[in-house]
Design a protein around this ligand. Structure first.
Ligand code: SAM
Ligand code: SF4
Length: 323
């Protein structure tokens, strides 16, 4: 499947809930958001049916996200249903990791291939300060649980915020020396209705990399972590893992974009920051075929987003579109 600009679209990010057990400062207001009513949220069978209809058009890779996907009950059931669809080669999960120690074995048994864990601090008191919930999260414990269950590669996403966690850049990078983990530093996107974090909190990638180099030289790495995503990777010579940077604010990847998104209430969004979407849920519930809607959505996928112009299409928080 190609869109109107010849980009091959084979990657679907599926949000299974708009709710979360965290309230990360950069993502969700403390009081939460107006949650979707339950009847509007796709059932697992409905998500599976959408993927079953889209796989023959060239869909190959899936990522389960949210909100926080692991707070939706029986997530392993969805993974095993998706795993059984012919053509689906890779299933990944994006999670804050709180429930990984408990869920990793079942998720792995259901067929989960890989995981991205979001973690913005290695210090317990600071995790609570950033996530604004005390759920006893420990990154190393979560990543080891995934690793022990055989899920991999393990990627760790760190949103860098000046004055909040930028003094931990070297500590995160150091984890990659001994562990086969891929730590990716993400530029903060001061989008939506978040008022607490602004452009002043954005730490440019060059500065992130210079703080990594305090530990020693790094060399560009084009190994398996690279994939088709937007991260650029480096490695300390001889290290087990890699250090990556993702720069949504200072660079755009739109010309290489290979993905579309399915919101928890069944809207297909063709751009993270654009307004453009096609409602699949009603067609599905009316028994109509979805392929024509998918084709239409791709024909209308925008060339690029307008994040740099701060036009973000009514987006209130990344949790509403799956990040
Ligand atoms: N709850 C899961 C998690 O935290 O990984 C999945 C959903 S979360 C919306 C997906 C990703 O978006 C996370 O890695 C999070 O750090 C990132 N994110 C959310 N808001 C962001 C922002 N304003 N700037 C940069 N990254 C953001
Ligand atoms: Fe929840 Fe993920 Fe948003 Fe944090 S980034 S509030 S964990 S959805």
């Amino acid at each position: 499947m190609q869109d109107q600009f010849g980009r091959r679209i084979e990657y679907l990010r599926i949000s299974v809930t708009d709710r979360c057990n965290f309230r990360c400062q950069y993502c969700m207001p403390l009081e939460g958001l107006p949650w979707l009513p339950k009847q509007e949220i796709l059932r697992y069978e409905e998500i599976t049916e959408i993927v079953r209809q889209l796989a023959p058009l060239g869909l190959r890779r899936l990522r389960i996200t949210g909100g926080e996907p692991t707070i939706r009950p029986q997530l392993a059931t969805l993974i095993s249903q998706l795993r059984a669809i012919p053509g689906i080669e890779d299933i990944a999960l994006s999670t804050n990791g709180v429930k990984l120690p408990e869920l990793a074995p079942a998720l792995a048994a259901a067929g989960l291939d890989r995981v991205n864990i979001s973690a913005d601090s290695l210090r317990p008191e600071r995790v609570v300060q950033i996530a604004r919930r005390n759920l006893d999260f420990d990154l190393v414990r979560a990543a080891r649980a995934a690793q022990d269950a055989g899920i991999g590669p393990i990627k760790i996403n760190v949103v860098v915020m000046r004055g909040i966690n930028d003094d931990e850049i070297a500590d995160f990078a150091a984890l990659t020396r001994e562990n086969p983990w891929h730590v990716r530093f993400i530029e903060l996107m001061p989008v939506g209705e978040l008022r607490e974090l602004t452009w002043e909190h954005v730490v440019p990638t060059d500065e992130v990399l210079s703080r990594v180099r305090v530990l020693g030289d790094i060399v560009p790495d084009d190994g398996p972590a690279r994939g088709n995503g937007p991260a650029v990777y480096y490695r300390f010579p001889g290290a087990a893992g890699t250090v990556g940077v993702i720069t949504p604010m200072t660079h755009t990847y739109c010309e290489r974009c290979n993905r579309v998104r399915l919101t928890a209430d069944g809207r297909l969004r063709t751009c993270l920051f654009g307004d453009h979407e096609v409602l699949l849920r009603d067609a599905l519930r009316n028994g109509e075929p979805l392929a024509p809607l998918f084709v239409q959505a791709l024909a209308e996928k925008p060339k690029e987003h307008e994040l740099l112009q701060m036009r973000v299409g009514g987006l209130r928080a990344l949790s509403q579109v799956g990040g």
